[in-house]
Design a protein around this ligand. Sequence first.
Ligand code: UD1
Length: 370
Amino acid sequence: MPGLRVMLVVGARPQFIKCAPVIREILSNHSQIDLDIVHTGQHYDSRMSEIFFSELEIPLPLANLKVGSGSHAAQTAVMMRRLEPLMLRTKPDIVAVPGDTNTTLAASLTASKICLPVAHIEAGLRSHDMAMPEEINRRLTDHCSRLLFAPTRTAVVNLRKEGLARATRLTGDTMVDAISQAMPIVQQEETIVLERLALEPENYVLVTLHRPSNVDNLSRLSRIHNSLCKVARKTRVIFLVHPRTRVRLAEIRAIGATGNDEVLFASPQGYIETLCLLKNASCLLTDSGGMQKESFLLHVPCVTLRSTTEWPETLERKANRLIFEPEIAHRALLQASSDHTLRERIKSLKSPFGDGHASERIARMLEESF
Ligand code: UD1
């Protein structure tokens, strides 16, 4: 019997993480599935891409489309032009797309326009903020998908409200699978990772910021940097700097500045190193979707420097605070990093993100549905 041919299209850092457990499950337990991994090349720096393939043991992709950077329209259009002939040539039975990046949208649009069924992993998230490119990407992808793998009950409700109940399956979140699979290595490595950066457990604030709304407006970025310097007078601050953020921080001359209130800037880290740093932080400041959830799963209080989130579950459980003004975030960070009862409280909460077996469900449902 011919196997089921699945093309999985990835391109940006969070997608490698979300898909790694699904890939592992398919390769170990679903020999009927022929899996073709395609990398669009949206992320191309080795610390944004290759490092994840080697750490997470993701097999080399069938193709790397090397689209690189560009405006949203240009990047998405180049991806579509390069994906279409590949899909026509390899004729997958189904195209699977994770998350909400330009890669997700390009692959789902290309596939659906040549009548290939699409399966969306991490469907149904909504920030209700159409100024975010990711909100556009995820809504459009959900509406042209045949199968919607929802990570949470909230996501199921969102999809139902948009008339998509029939395609929806509650699977849990594959990032829970990824974290639980990585945890034995994290426990082995964490001391070394912290020592390398001269950090002590629960004695520093971890920062990651890359959204255009925070880093592309230089006066806002300066306010954020000033607030972080104030935090750094009281506790250590380590900032893992995304490539676009590095360019902007250099423009405001933040990187390279020295003094007592110095923020420690570090390159983007691999998955294991990032989990080690997050697990031991007293608090996280971020604008990433995935890290809001990872901090919940590792019981670390989170401040999200945005006015909306696609993960309301973390707010409802008071593990995450949504704060837009950097000066207010500064006070919240100091408060959270000195309140050691918060971690225990978050630990006692039941996780709404699933049981760590989402990838098994996704692989099984892919096989059964087609
Ligand atoms: C993308 C996703 C975002 C995700 C993030 C994770 C979209 C719309 N956004 O945002 O949802 O949270 O990835 O990191 O798809 N750059 C490099 N090297 C790289 C990648 C990017 O230097 O390997 C620089 C380039 O200047 C590029 C800029 O970063 O123009 C933005 O990269 P892009 O992939 O367009 O979006 P991200 O901000 O990374």
